[in-house]
Design a protein around this ligand. Structure first.
Ligand code: SAM
Length: 240
């Protein structure tokens, strides 16, 4: 179990409670999620996501699952490049909020990462962007992802991580003081954004994340830092 699995913000809660509270956060932020992302990251999340999508090689026959796909940002970018993408997310509100901007057909499925509605070894690639830290159990979700990937299938994860010194203190101050205020002003949900910040702060750093992915059975696990490690892409292969 990861150190995040039983926490919600600074509280210790049961997994069931954590899952309900996370659901509620995304229900609340859904209508303004994309706008808020632009504000919080000064638009850099778009650069990271573009970079992430360009990092993923695929064949036109590949089935890609975008887990915790939310408003469909990654799915949209992938389908524009000709990929077949299925978005999986428990929040109907988030998927609904992205519906109007999905000009390409994307199948949306309401489900959680810890119990994926796919057969063993049936999926070519699985992407997850800013979603893995919201899982009720990160280790269970990683095992599920490993289960559904075909032999040779790959896992691609884009997530906040631990920035390098000397920018770390500035980044921490920005997260602590600016983001909750932006959350209050733009998304009008300060508590929800407080949760998001806590989940970023407690999230495993680059090497810890690599070990968690390996523990779930993945091989050839590598990572690439973006913007001095503020974000990071982890890649793992199912070699079983
Ligand atoms: C920060 S958003 C990221 C959305 C999108 N991937 C992006 O990059 O903009 C996190 C998403 O994780 C979803 N989520 C929360 N708990 C989940 C779980 N247990 N399994 C799968 N997705 C979950 C939320 O509903 C939300 O849409």
């Amino acid at each position: 179990m990861s150190k995040l699995d039983n926490t919600f913000g600074q509280q210790t809660v049961s997994q069931n409670e954590r899952s309900k509270k996370i659901r509620r956060v995304f229900q609340l932020v859904a209508p303004r999620y994309d706008l808020m992302n632009d504000f919080m990251s000064f638009g850099t999340h778009r650069i990271w996501k573009r970079f992430f999508v360009n990092y993923i090689p695929f064949k036109s026959t590949d089935i890609i699952v975008d887990l915790a796909g939310g408003t469909g940002d990654i799915a949209r970018k992938l389908t524009r490049k000709g990929a077949n993408v299925i978005v999986v997310d428990p929040s109907i509100e988030m998927m609904q909020a992205g519906k109007n901007s999905n000009s390409h057909p994307v199948l949306n499925i309401a489900a959680i990462g810890e119990k994926l509605p796919f057969a063993d070894s049936s999926i070519d690639k699985l992407t997850i962007s800013f979603g893995i830290r919201n899982m009720t159990s990160m280790s269970e979700a990683l095992k599920e992802i490993h289960r559904i990937l075909k032999p040779g299938g790959q896992y691609y994860c884009l997530e906040f991580s631990r920035p390098m010194m000397p920018i770390r203190p500035f980044y921490n101050l920005y997260n602590q003081y600016v983001i909750p205020r932006l959350g209050a002003m733009v998304a009008r949900q300060p508590e929800a954004y407080q949760y998001l910040i806590e989940s970023i702060k407690r999230f495993p750093h680059q090497e810890e994340m690599k070990s968690l992915i390996e523990d779930a059975g993945f091989s050839k696990v590598t990572y690439r830092n973006l913007f001095f490690g503020i974000a990071c892409i982890h890649i793992g292969t199912n070699e079983s």
